[in-house]
Design a protein around this ligand. Sequence first.
Ligand SMILES: Nc1ncnc2c1ncn2[C@@H]1O[C@H](COP(=O)(O)OP(=O)(O)O[C@H]2O[C@H](CO)[C@@H](O)[C@H](O)[C@H]2O)[C@@H](O)[C@H]1O
Length: 482
Amino acid sequence: MTRVLSVASEAYPLIKTGGLADVVGALPAALAPHGVATTTLLPGYPALAAVTKRAKVVHRYTDLFGSPARILSAKIGEHPLLVLDAPALFARGGGPYGDATGADWDDNWRRFAAFGRVGADLASGVVAGHAYDILHAHDWQAAMAPAYLRWAPGPGRPAKSVVTVHNIAFQGRYGADIFSELGLPDAAFALDGVEYYGGVGFLKAGLEAADAITTVSPTYAAEIRRGEFGMGLEGLINTHAARVTGIVNGIDPAVWNPASDSALHARYSARTIARRRVNKRAVEAMFGLDAGDGPIFTVISRLTWQKGMDVLVRVLDDLVAMGGRLALLGSGDTALELAFLAAADRHPGRIGVRIGYDEPASHLLQGGADAILIPSRFEPCGLTQLYGLAYGCVPVVARTGGLSDTVIDANEAGIAAGVATGIQHDGVSPEAVSHAIARATALYATPDRWATLQRNGMRADFSWGESGRRYAQLYAKLMEPS
Ligand SMILES: Nc1ncnc2c1ncn2[C@@H]1O[C@H](COP(=O)(O)OP(=O)(O)O[C@H]2O[C@H](CO)[C@@H](O)[C@H](O)[C@H]2O)[C@@H](O)[C@H]1O
């Protein structure tokens, strides 16, 4: 049995702001069939209070970055969970990274350095009864764990380390002045250490320190070697290319399955797709859309530049002119929120917008809308297209990152071969997005072709099976005696 400590700042269903949580939440069950026992380490946000109420204390710190802290042992589903209970750092309102207005906490460097320190302690024998073969850190918030493991480990045998990049755009960059407070030896402030463009880079440090680097699709693994996608880390990724692999995300069938999803008004399978109509009516009601048989497009997304939302908002008049309707659920940049709300005002009954975060509504949209629009400028993997495929909500996506790896375009060849599952467009211009919407609308008007797209997507395998196996293989390779 391989023992893995999965260190992350989010995990569904306990705390979620995006796709990271879905993946971290799904990994323990995805890895178990491959002989991997996963323990997840999360920060002790208020949202975790319910699961830690009767938790056992496994370790106490009198002074962790200036205040007392404890490590608590609990469960996430059936799997072991450790929680860093450090009230001075994590017991506060707002979100995991910022206050209720969305502004980042000033002490995020301290919060996530402390979190990394604890991950490294657990992975190098500081806590009696806890031993791990692999420390698996997700994104910049956890990336200091492998850095501490490398440059300031505990007394025991250090675990091997993996860093998974879910989004290289978020890096945890701070001024050089924090270095002296991190508790690392001076030698770690180096080109192949935590130093990054004169300051400190948490993700950069983790990538330098880790024994292996993964990202969440093969195409994104190749893209981040280029300046356009690497966001300053392309040099490092190229230098370490031999240690970088892309493993596509799966979806958790216990959470995303249209045959058993309690958020749907009607449950269905590939054989009973017509039942989606009931959900479509519910989407119309929820979003104030006119009833009708034309296509309903949906967006379930952070409203940001990454997701191409500034471009999408410019083609909404076209979408309506083509006979489409839009049901959008999302939140993000204020200017984009306002622009979508203005579009809804211009097109009552045709465009419905809900600003906010609503997990059940996201399920209903996948089960009732006809197509999901994902015009991302970059997309490390993307999960909403996978949910769309599983739910017969046809993805209309930019050809980038994981979107190009998981959707098969309905061009003539794809249709003739009977393999098409969605629509891809090149680049994220208004013309490209509008053209893709036009292609979707035309296909929708040919019910046989549309139903084939839906069925192909629903029958495709996006379970964790193969990806779970690949993570397990990676761990096994790292544990081979060198
Ligand atoms: N308003 C809302 N209400 C309810 N649910 C909402 C919502 N807005 C978004 N969601 C949900 O949040 C998740 C978003 O996941 P994505 O993979 O699309 O993107 P994200 O950019 O967060 O993740 C990053 O990490 C993941 C995981 O590796 C990569 O797939 C991705 O490419 C990368 O950018 C989905 O579960 C979606 O349903």
